[in-house]
Design a protein around this ligand. Structure first.
Ligand code: NG1
Ligand code: MG
Length: 527
């Protein structure tokens, strides 16, 4: 099982480039990072951790409801070079970190542990190493801190263990930030890997080494520290992906992943809407609100369907479906059985549609929502609102659940189409992507006018299908294009999408590009 494989460690750069494909293009970037590291820190790096971004082909906003998703890692990635600290000017304390970024706009950062922490501070890595994260502001070092925190918490929380090594880091990234390609997950995975390596936590022989699944678990928790209550899609895609296939990831009853072969001649073109979606600022109106809406929808649905749910249980929509068919956790539903239940759920979900609501209003107020769950106000706040900040006057339980069930079904249909590869495979995949976009826009409310325009331009320019990818509300679209049409497609979209008209050639290359499935995260060790 892919999720159980050990984290790959390379000691030969040629082997590593081979594993990434297209060797030449990588070598320049890696060499530049190594040279810069030597210039800045006066010695060679000891490790380089690599973690790629990802594009989600289909299955949007359903990972936190624990339904399967279908992303693939992209070639763009984050690299973090590191070595035990050589700082000469001041005596370095255990676990002292200097973090620099090759991009000039991200200034250097230092994390120093308190020299004499109080007794209770000594128990908490955040306080000892001063790793507080400002959730209200998007800062690059937050992701480095998040990765570091996870490693400290896992291995160094007790004051009796040998303290962590002081470290110098240099980061470089080619995943555009805030664009739906998950630069955040790539940062967190790379940072977690860098701190694991430098502290000798990946030194075991392969058979005993930390598994990819364990790294995904750590990275998920670490990223949630930055303030978004995300599912595990991005971290799993960044860690477990294999080259030349997409990755079908399921989360229930536990993390599992299988490659999905893509049809020959299929190219996925990413196009950035150039609308930046900054979750640090907006999550309470969009992402985190959707998490709460889908969880509340799950509880109400379970109640209406007569299922047993404990008052403190945060049941997800995936679990509601399992409970409905009395699924055995040891023997979870097959994809085929899941398809049948999801077809049924498309009808069951109608019970969430508000009855006597005013024309066109499918949302409910907070009070109405609480009443529908059958919980008291206190119970509801405790289970659903105490851990997250959300702001809304209406909660859209019906539309959100409708999207989740239909999208989960499309993921299974997409994978099945790839596996069967029928004569009209491109048309079938494209149609599913288009339906996904419609559902995201109309039911989930996670598109935006620019993404609607861009995906419709893409269809007109010859894409089989086009949709937003990632959280939405801005960021990128992904379009399925036949290999021989890629060039004309990019030309046409470039000519038609208004915001591209003012971009330089260089900027355009970053805004719209074809991508291939890439391999997941790894570590290079200098010997
Ligand atoms: P982005 O914003 O594209 O990184 C987010 C979540 C995913 C998933 C998608 C929507 C994070 C780290 N990731 O992705 O888990 O829910 O939105 O499908 O927030
Ligand atoms: Mg992200």
């Amino acid at each position: 099982m892919a999720a159980l494989a050990p984290i790959p460690i390379y000691t030969n750069l040629t082997d590593l480039y081979d594993s990434l494909g297209t060797a030449a293009s990588h070598a320049e970037r890696w060499n530049n990072l190594i040279e810069e590291f030597e210039k800045r820190y006066g010695g060679k790096p000891k490790y380089i951790a690599r973690a790629p971004g990802r594009v989600n082909l289909i299955g949007e906003h359903i990972d936190y409801a624990l339904f399967g998703v279908q992303p693939m890692a992209v070639e763009a990635d984050i690299l973090i070079a590191c070595a035990p600290s050589k700082a000469t000017s001041e005596p370095t304390q255990p676990g002292h970190v200097v973090a620099q970024n090759l991009a000039k706009k991200y200034g250097p950062q230092v994390f120093t542990p308190l020299s004499s922490p109080s007794k209770e501070a000594a128990e908490d890595p955040v306080r000892v190493w001063q790793l507080d994260i400002d959730k209200k502001e998007l800062r690059w070092e937050s992701y480095v801190k998040a990765g570091y925190y996870g490693v400290l918490n896992e291995y160094f929380a007790s004051s009796s263990t040998t303290p962590p090594i002081p470290v110098d880091l240099l980061v470089t990234g080619s995943v555009p930030a805030g664009s739906g390609l998950s630069s955040s997950a790539a940062m967190v995975v790379a940072s977690t890997l860098a701190f694991l390596s430098i502290n000798g936590k990946l030194d075991e022989p392969e058979t005993l080494r930390l598994s990819k699944g364990a790294l995904v678990g750590m990275a998920m928790q670490n990223e949630q520290r930055v303030g978004v209550n995300s599912g595990g899609m991005d971290q799993a895609a960044s860690v477990i992906s294999t080259p030349s296939a997409a990755l079908y990831i399921t989360f229930y009853p536990k993390l599992a992943a299988e490659p999905t072969p893509l049809p020959a001649g299929a190219v996925f073109v990413i196009a950035n809407s150039l609308v930046v979606s900054d979750k640090a600022v907006t999550a309470k109106f969009n992402y985190n609100l959707r998490v709460v809406e889908t969880l509340a929808a799950a509880r109400v649905l379970a109640r209406v369907l007569g299922l047993n749910v404990g008052p403190k249980e945060k049941i997800t929509l995936r679990e509601v479906v399992g409970r409905l068919v009395q699924e055995d956790k040891e023997k979870p539903m097959t994809d085929e059985e899941m398809r049948d239940v999801l077809v049924r759920m498309a009808k069951e979900v109608e019970v969430l549609r508000p009855k006597n609501a005013p024309e066109g209003e499918l949302g409910v107020t907070l009070e109405e929502m609480i009443e529908m769950t059958g919980l008291s106000k206190e119970e509801f706040n405790d289970v659903y609102l105490s851990w997250v900040e959300v702001e809304a006057t209406r909660f859209q339980l019906y539309k959100r659940a409708k999207h989740v069930f239909s999208e989960a079904l499309r993921v299974l249909q997409f994978r099945d189409t790839c596996l069967q590869s029928p004569a009209d495979v491109f048309g079938a995949l494209g149609a599913l992507m288009n339906e996904s976009q419609k559902s995201c826009a109309e039911d989930y409310g996670c598109s935006c006018p620019e993404l609607d325009t861009l995906t419709s331009i893409a269809r007109g320019a010859g894409a089989w299908g086009s949709r937003l990818t990632g959280a939405g509300w801005g960021g990128c679209s992904v379009s399925l294009v036949s290999e021989d049409k890629v060039e004309s497609f990019i030309k046409e979209v470039t000519a038609q999408y208004e915001p591209y008209k003012t971009l330089s050639e260089e900027q355009l290359k970053d805004a719209i590009f074809a991508t291939k499935p890439s391999s997941g995260a790894c570590v290079f060790k200098f010997e």
